[in-house]
Design a protein around this ligand. Sequence first.
Ligand SMILES: C[S@@+](CC[C@H](N)C(=O)[O-])C[C@H]1O[C@@H](n2cnc3c(N)ncnc32)[C@H](O)[C@@H]1O
Length: 243
Amino acid sequence: MENTKTWFGEWFNTRYYHILYKNRNNDEAKAFMQNLVSFLKLPKNNSILDLACGKGRHSIFLNTLGYPVIGADLSKNSIDYANQFANNTLKFIVQDMRKPFNIKVDAVFNMFTSFGYFDEDSDDIKVLQNIEDCLNDEGVAVIDYMNVNKVIKNLVNAEVVTRDDIEFNIKRHVTDGFITKEISLNENDETLHFQERVKAIDLEKFKHYSKQANLKIKHIFGDYNLSDFDVENSDRLILILTK
Ligand SMILES: C[S@@+](CC[C@H](N)C(=O)[O-])C[C@H]1O[C@@H](n2cnc3c(N)ncnc32)[C@H](O)[C@@H]1O
């Protein structure tokens, strides 16, 4: 579980990740969280684990709604940032999601494709087992993943994205069941290379994974407005799971 040498230990801990994805912002998180807690009818005192919380955009908003929240992430830099918002009912911890949490909560949220990073399926399943383990008997888990069918069909092989005066040269390919983004950029006369490598987990594979972790898929949505999932057209694959 050494994380310094993995692509996800490195890339997500850089400021470049946050610059490239700055359009996935607090407003997007707020709208989605409002829709989700309304749908789930989650009582205000229910505790939530935001698993792989990043800088905490979902955790912070959920806490303002009245929920006690723990945000956990592997990236120390992101947790250091999130900690400025911590309070008695909002905590942030650095932790690998493959390791047991030894807590019980009413809901676990895993947002914005924070899954599918590991080579071995057994590690993905371990994450789901950890989620199951953290949940109270009546608890609910939510996994917000990309719709790999649409992503693969519309894959842009190469593009240049400019954000905050940084040119990100991005190349994408699907190899060995992973959707891989090779990212390079120049700063201070230096060329830096990063990778994002996320497993092409479709609904069938999630069904298999969930079974292994004793979780049941109760609802499937296709976007942050909680529209029905459509394998061809949906942007997201959002799963609502219970024990
Ligand atoms: C795509 S980002 C999403 C972050 C956050 N959920 C959001 O929507 O802003 C994925 C997050 O997963 C975290 N992560 C990657 N591998 C992890 C691991 N093994 N354990 C815990 N967190 C991990 C990264 O550090 C990163 O913050």
